[in-house]
Structure formats: C-alpha cells, structure tokens
Design a protein around this ligand. Structure first.
Ligand code: MN
Length: 206
C-alpha cells in the first residue's frame, strides 16, 4: 500500500503572515509530496512495499540505503511537524507545564534554549524537544535524521530549520522565522499528548 501525503490539520491560510499559504503550497504540496512520491517509488514491488513508514525508515538505515532513508524519514518528520503547529496561540498546562518546570525552570527558558539550538544549527536539519526517561531535552539532528531511529528519544515537538521551511516568507532571516513560530504557533496540546511516549506513532502510516 502506497504512503500518502497527510492533509494539513488546519487550512493553509490559517497562519496569516506567520506562514503564508504559498509557503504551505510549496512546503507541504511540493516538498513533502515529493518525499512521499520518492519513498513510494523506491519501495514499489520490493519487500518493504507493505511495511509501515517507521519500519521502512528503520530498514533503510539498517541496510545503509541512504536515499530511501532520507525520503522516508522526511515523510515522517514533516507529518509530525504539521501537527506541532497551531494557528491559535496556546500555552502548556497540567503535566506538561510541570515537566517543563522540572527540566528547564520555565517555558521561557525552554524556548530560549530551543531558539539557541535552532539558530546555532548549521545547514539543514530539525530541532527536537523530546523525552529522555522522565527528562525533557532539546537537540538538533542533521538533514533527514529522525527520532524514529534514535532509541529512547521520544519526540514531543519539532521545528523544521531547512531553508525550504522559511525562505518564501522570511528569505535569509532564519532567526525571525524561528522566533515567530516558537513564540506564536506551538501546538502545546499535541506536545502534551506525546508525553505518553507514543509520538512516533502519531506520524506513522501504513
Ligand atoms: Mn521541510
């Protein structure tokens, strides 16, 4: 069964100037779609044809098939990413707020650390907030690398820092994009849901 491009969980003009609908047209409609198409082409007729997306990613890494790994991991990363965003400004509450306080001291300290990691990341990649045991941690991964293949790294939230994520709206102002998204568009309810350690399943398919 072929993988599909998941629909965005909001309308593509919901974010106003923060993320333009044209940006979604390219980022979701072209880039994410291309990763889906290339993954499907690569597994068609092979032994991974009916595997789940997460299984394809793990198998590609194990066999050293970098092309398949890159495309399949990007399908998963983007499917997770869209769910991390909300056009409505939210705040962490309950168990998530307590976890944030324990691990970072406050939400603003968490965001400061996340912004530092994101602006400091050289070239393409993703910045992750994840659960490591009981602790919340932040790290960046290069290119298509994904928590799916990092044992014990339970994803809660991510930010796409590939140039294609912001160039239409922010050109070279990567820092402005990072600030704008993190200050206004985090779906904290989705982050809280992922405290159950099942974040990988929320962007899986097949
Ligand atoms: Mn992207």
């Amino acid at each position: 069964m072929a993988f599909e491009l998941p629909a965005l969980p909001y309308s593509k003009d919901a974010f106003g100037d923060l993320i333009s609908s044209q940006s979604f047209d390219f980022h979701h409609g072209k880039h994410h779609q291309a990763y889906v198409d290339k993954t499907n082409t690569a597994i068609e007729g092979g032994e991974l044809e009916n595997a789940k997306l997460s299984e394809v990613i793990l198998a590609a890494q194990k066999s050293g098939n970098q092309g398949l790994f890159n495309n399949a991991a990007q399908v998963w990363n983007h499917s997770f990413y869209w769910q991390c965003l909300s056009p409505e400004k939210k705040n962490p509450s309950g168990a998530l707020a307590a976890h944030i306080e324990d691990s970072f001291g406050s939400k603003s300290e968490l965001l400061k650390a996340f912004k530092g990691e994101a602006t400091g990341h050289f070239a393409s990649g993703w910045v992750w907030l994840f659960l490591d045991g009981e602790e919340l941690k932040i790290t960046s991964l290069h290119d298509a690398d994904t928590p799916v293949v990092h044992e014990g790294m339970k994803p809660l939230f991510t930010l796409d820092v590939w140039e294609h994520a912001y160039y239409l709206d922010y050109q070279n102002r990567r820092g402005d994009h990072i600030e704008a998204i993190l200050d206004n568009a985090i779906n904290w309810e989705f982050v809280a849901k992922n405290l159950d350690g099942k974040g990988v399943s929320r962007a899986d398919q097949g």
